[in-house]
Design a protein around this ligand. Structure first.
Ligand code: 5GP
Ligand code: SF4
Ligand code: MG
Length: 465
């Protein structure tokens, strides 16, 4: 998901709509904005679909007055798969003794089932099926006297991955979990402040990027300025390495590094680890593009657009059902026949999850007369589900969970298939010495099976490590 918040600007909802539009790649199912101003109090709009459709009409935006706003773009992960109900669309709002608060969450709470059971037993009335709603109920039960303190209480009980943006009547709050699994950045615009999942959402409104909210940090911003808090026990950060590979936008800055250049470095690393004699390097657009450029630069093999993407389709994996996903590949991607005919093609993609995309593309490209197809993948085999906010299917549906690399190659029907090594990926994200096996610098659970936070709800449901 993508989250955004702004305080101290005259049209907070418009800024938020623009910010969410820049974060649309992080969630395309639904979006929501909550605003506050002294005259009208809290107001919110939550809708299915794209930001550009939901938050552009004058009537909608006129209903969102205020100088303080937060917003969320959603895609469903663990919990409610399939149809999202409008009641699951964030931000969530709660009314407390000292006034209301709204929150927007990116990540996944790994003990949400247990918390929900406990809260319901003690009288909480849940309105959604979302794990994030737990935070509101935990805040309601806290005995603290102000909302930031209640939020600290609540978040100390929550396990898993969370970047949170919240607002009260007068304050904007941003928090990252102690491991800092999901991103959150801080910016300045005119007299106001901005919080956003990624720096690309600062760029769109002309805000200056100040710094990341740090793992385990809570920032509380009011018209008087910003205060920084450390509500959690300090831990060694474990940022999601897959944000670098796929999830973030290439024009964002993560951990002080351009995502684009990281991806290009991944492609170079891949070319060193898994060279092959061929005529053209082609990306599976758009997710494979920077890595393919890197592969081409390192190998000296010409880069070309062998597959053309229809710009009017969303990301395939955001479509929840298998049948739509199958169709999706053709709706979204087409082979550039004139270019690939008779050629030996290296296809670069960011990841193989179920293998649906790769299989279809291989068929299409052989159909078009390519002589050979070599897959090069910019991440290690995805063999484990993510429980921290990225939508991966159950373990059984992951190709790499049940097949060896050679079996995957056969299944996909390609001439060769190679994945970047985990160490190679760490080198490409700037860890010159590779992955520290005793204290990995990132979360890489979907590749390694080493989960930095125990997925306790999942273990209870029968998931085996
Ligand atoms: P597949 O078709 O192998 O199931 O999915 C791989 C494609 O989905 C890749 O092109 C990639 O861009 C995209 N993708 C990336 N990350 C994820 C993820 O976490 N889950 C899913 N389902 N697809 C992803
Ligand atoms: Fe990121 Fe993978 Fe960890 Fe999920 S399991 S947070 S996708 S590295
Ligand atoms: Mg892709």
């Amino acid at each position: 998901c993508g989250i955004f918040g702004v305080i101290g600007v005259s049209e907070a909802a418009n800024f938020t709509a623009l910010g969410l539009h820049a974060l649309q790649h992080r969630g395309q199912e639904a979006g929501g904005i909550v605003v506050h101003d002294a005259e009208h109090g809290f107001n919110s709009v939550r809708r299915f679909g794209y930001v550009r459709d939901s938050f552009t009409s004058q009537t909608v935006m006129d209903a969102l007055p205020g100088t303080l706003a937060i917003g969320h773009v959603r895609y469903s992960t663990a919990g409610s798969k399939g149809q999202t109900a409008i009641r699951d669309v964030q931000p969530f709002f709660g009314e407390f003794a000292m006034g209301g608060a709204a929150i927007a969450h990116n990540g996944n709470i790994t003990n949400a089932d247990a918390l929900r059971r406990e809260l319901i037993e003690r009288g909480s009335i849940f309105q959604s099926s979302s794990d994030s709603e737990c935070i509101i109920h935990l805040m309601a039960r806290s005995l603290q006297r102000n909302i930031p303190e209640r939020m600290k209480d609540a978040l100390r009980r929550v396990e898993g991955a969370f970047s949170v943006v919240a607002m009260t009547r007068t304050k904007l709050i941003g928090v990252r979990d102690p491991l800092g699994v999901r991103p959150l950045v801080l910016g300045k615009v005119a007299d106001g402040w901005v919080l956003a999942s990624e720096t690309c959402a600062l760029d769109i409104i002309g805000a200056e990027f100040l710094r990341e909210v740090e793992p385990g940090e809570m920032v509380v911003i009011s018209p008087e300025g910003l205060t920084s808090h450390r509500p959690f026990e300090q831990k060694r950060p474990r940022f999601c390495i897959f944000e670098h590979v796929y999830f973030s936008r290439p024009d964002s800055i993560l951990g002080g590094r351009s995502v684009y250049s990281t991806r290009e470095a991944i492609g170079r690393e891949l070319a060193k680890e898994a060279p092959v004699d061929a005529d053209l390097v082609c990306p599976v657009p758009d997710s494979g593009t920077p890595a393919a450029i890197g592969y081409g630069l390192e190998s000296g093999i010409p880069y070309a657009m062998g597959i053309i993407r229809n710009q009017y389709m969303g990301r395939t994996f955001i479509e929840p059902t298998e049948s739509i996903r199958n169709m999706g590949v053709r709706l979204k991607l087409n082979v550039n026949r004139a270019l690939v005919r008779g050629k030996r093609i290296i296809l670069v993609d960011d990841s193989v999850v179920r293998g649906t995309t790769s299989r279809k593309i291989k068929e299409m490209i052989l159909d078009a007369g390519a002589a050979e197809v070599h897959f090069r993948i910019a991440s290690p085999p995805t063999a484990w589900p993510c429980f921290y906010g990225v939508d991966t299917p159950e373990r059984e549906k992951l190709l790499a969970a049940t097949m060896t690399e050679e079996e995957m190659r056969e299944h996909l029907g390609v001439d060769s298939l190679r994945f970047i090594s985990l160490d190679g990926l760490y080198r490409a994200v700037g860890e010159a010495g590779g992955r520290d096996p005793d204290a990995p610098q990132y979360c890489d659970a979907c590749f390694s099976g080493e989960y930095p936070v125990e997925p306790s709800d999942q273990l209870e449901k029968g998931f085996r490590l």
